[in-house]
Design a protein around this ligand. Structure first.
Ligand SMILES: Cc1cc2nc3c(=O)[nH]c(=O)nc-3n(C[C@H](O)[C@H](O)[C@H](O)COP(=O)(O)OP(=O)(O)OC[C@H]3O[C@@H](n4cnc5c(N)ncnc54)[C@H](O)[C@@H]3O)c2cc1C
Length: 416
């Protein structure tokens, strides 16, 4: 296969009779040379759209079933009642204004032979495809979970936070034992379950609730390892008596009626439960032959190892980089540049040492104190990704303020 791929005019003109919404209309914007379809309007998808918007040679299509974006980062402040959900929900008006066609549906299949994304109402042809659909939960990992799914919201994907907030509100009104189960990695935002435990514990104290939080962790210590010490210290110092931490307790089965989580070495009783499930790339990618547990991509440019017209970014990609929104958004920029190069018909640059998207993550331990974790990464040919973590030695107000500022500036870059 040559590096300079010829754009097939046919594929640009090949929408099926049952074309999707706006895509039934004239197929490609005047003057555009290629259509790029992006599946998923979250951190990664918006990163690539922002990178390619205003390039007149590219027609952009976003396939996203939700009418708005909801940020998982910082949403703990909504879950415990400190901030309204409107702080985290942002409409797609800015994307619409950029002339990006938005298809408000889920992609249900990828037809790689025909280069089409399939939705319930039709097919969308692409020249290049970027997939950033986030994660799927491995529900079968915990026996009894699927039957009780409606009463066990996880809250690690956009718009699930509302269900978790209702659960937390019930617990804070009734008291009891709020159980949080943490899976083995890799999963989205490793510090997030401990952050959730801390902020619920803070509400227990504030509201005088008779209750505690129990963290059943499949791991020997909080994740990622560089954050274990400050997190354990924060749990002890700020929330003593209100958080019980159980390392090496991997959830195997749940009995909701009995209020018991089987962790193999012990049964953990609870009155309210929030199980963070093991995660993997969504079925869409696995069925298209792009992923096993995670999508196989090539670093440093995130191109699928199975298909040279497809890139996978965000948490669905199987890389050593942290599963972080910051990484996902910046990976969108990397992919935007790679696609531009392809459209221009230039050969791939030789693979040499390269910077990889940096990560930044905040773990709040109280309403106004947080730990900041940042990760620099570089790609070294023959060796892969090299990561360097920088972690606050202790929670601080400065990091909590930095978190709020980071959120505002990222949402502005995505949807402002
Ligand atoms: C509690 C919590 C705290 C976090 N804190 C931080 C933090 O401090 N810093 C940080 O950098 N990251 C943080 N993260 C991680 C961050 O949220 C993820 O890494 C980021 O969302 C990954 O982006 P993504 O594009 O892969 O997925 P998402 O942002 O989840 O976007 C996926 C999008 O794809 C859509 N979609 C799914 N399936 C389909 C389909 N079949 N067809 C079309 N669209 C589809 C979804 O509706 C969604 O809009 C946190 C996560 C959680 C849960």
């Amino acid at each position: 296969m040559t590096n300079a791929i010829r754009i097939r005019r046919r594929s640009l003109l090949a929408t099926s009779a049952a074309a999707v919404g706006a895509l039934a209309a004239p197929r490609i914007a005047r003057g555009a040379a290629a259509r790029v379809v992006v599946v998923g309007g979250g951190w990664g998808g918006l990163g690539v759209l922002r990178a390619l918007a205003r390039k007149s040679e590219v027609e952009l299509v976003l396939v996203e079933p939700h009418a708005a974006f909801f940020s998982c980062p910082l949403s703990i402040h909504y879950i415990v009642g400190d901030r309204p959900s409107s702080d985290f929900e942002h409409g797609y008006a800015a994307i619409d204004k950029l002339g990006i066609r938005r298809v408000p549906e889920a992609a249900i299949a990828i037809d790689r032979d025909r280069r089409e994304v399939v939705t319930a109402s039709g097919r969308i042809g692409y020249d290049f495809l970027v997939l950033s659909p986030g994660v799927e939960y491995a529900e079968e990992a915990i026996a009894g979970y699927a039957e009780a799914r409606d009463r066990l919201p996880v809250g690690f994907r956009p718009f699930e936070q509302q269900g978790v907030k209702a659960l937390v509100d019930r617990f804070l009104a009734e008291g009891g034992t709020f159980l949080i189960a943490v899976p083995k990695p890799p999963y989205r935002c490793p510090p997030a379950p401990y952050e959730r435990a801390c902020l619920i514990a803070e509400q227990i104290a504030k509201r005088g609730v008779k209750g505690k939080v129990v963290v059943a962790d499949a791991n020997p210590q909080p994740l990622p390892p560089p954050i274990a010490k400050p997190i354990l210290e924060a749990m002890r110092a700020a929330h003593a008596e209100r958080i019980e931490y159980l390392p090496e307790h991997e959830a195997k089965a749940i009995d909701l009626a009995k209020g018991s989580l089987d962790c193999g070495i012990a049964d953990v009783p609870f009155t309210h439960a929030n199980l963070v499930l093991p995660m993997r790339a969504p079925k869409l990618l696995r069925e298209a032959g792009l992923a096993e547990r995670w999508a196989a991509v090539r670093l440093p440019d995130f191109r699928s190892q199975a298909d040279e017209r497809i890139w996978v970014i965000g948490d669905a990609a199987g890389t050593p980089l942290p599963k972080s929104g910051h990484v996902a958004f910046n990976a969108g920029g990397v992919v935007g540049r790679a696609i531009e190069t392809r459209i221009e018909g230039k050969p791939d640059a030789p693979v040499g040492p390269a910077e990889l998207p940096a990560g930044i993550c905040f773990a709040a331990v109280t309403r106004d104190r947080a730990i900041m974790i940042s990760v620099d990464s570089a790609f070294v040919p023959g060796e892969g990704a090299k990561l360097r973590f920088h972690v606050d030695p202790a929670p601080s107000r400065e990091s909590s303020e930095a978190a709020a500022n980071w959120g505002r500036s990222m949402w502005q870059s995505m949807l402002g």
